[in-house]
Design a protein. Structure first.
Length: 214
């Protein structure tokens, strides 16, 4: 029998372009997954509309309504628990979270640069691509990594690269990097679903064969 779909929570803070890519991959049958819940950290963002148009369950948990990270995180993970999620996917999520021990190695993020360069607090969106250009980099790309308690510092699962072209600006580079993210994030989710990822210190080892049991 084919393996059952993996249940995902997708966390967003903005336009939801990464969410839309995952929606499209699932709809096309290229990603054997089910988006069990979409959580937005603020109301009125385009990503909420994308989720609603795809008829996905949506929870808006406004970070500004909570006094601290702990209270906010408890509400977020309560919603995730209720959705019976296997893997949490941060998709343009900009809020720090307190991570429950039960979700160790079960939260991923995609970052639009080749970590550990151009990551950390405040490095998101166009700021990342502008920094890459100002440093004169010849290549850029994306990184999918497991999430820990520090921004963009968790063990790296996979990376994809693209050229920085003469005449690039932040917008044109962002477009090229996102084309790589559209491949990398679903690939990382598939590896997780197949039970092929093992964290070994700072490294993520990828097994050659599937180990997930149904």
């Amino acid at each position: 029998m084919p393996p059952s779909p993996i249940n995902l929570a997708v966390l967003i803070s903005g336009s939801g372009t990464t969410l839309q890519n995952l929606i499209d991959e699932v709809a096309a049958g290229r990603l054997n997954a089910r988006i069990a819940i979409v959580i937005a950290s603020r109301p009125g963002v385009l990503g909420v509309k994308r989720a609603q148009e795809a008829r996905l369950p949506v929870a808006v948990i406004d970070r500004r309504e909570f006094p601290d990270v702990r209270a906010f995180s408890e509400q977020v993970f309560d919603a995730i628990d209720q959705a019976k999620v296997d893997l949490v996917c941060l998709a343009g999520w900009l809020c720090l979270l307190d991570l429950p021990a039960s979700y160790a190695a079960r939260i991923m993020n995609t970052h639009p640069a080749l970590l550990p360069s151009f990551g950390g607090k405040g490095m998101y969106g166009q700021k990342v691509h502008q920094a890459v250009l100002e440093h004169g980099c010849k290549i850029s790309g994306c990184t999918v990594h497991f999430v820990d308690a520090v921004y963009d510092s968790g063990p790296i699962i996979l990376q994809r690269t693209c050229r920085v072209e003469e005449g690039d600006n932040a917008q044109s580079l962002a477009h090229r990097v996102f084309e790589e993210e559209k491949i990398a994030y679903p690939d990382a989710i598939r590896l997780f679903a197949e039970g092929r990822l093992r964290i070994d210190g700072r490294c993520v080892r990828v097994a050659a064969s599937k180990t997930r049991c149904e």
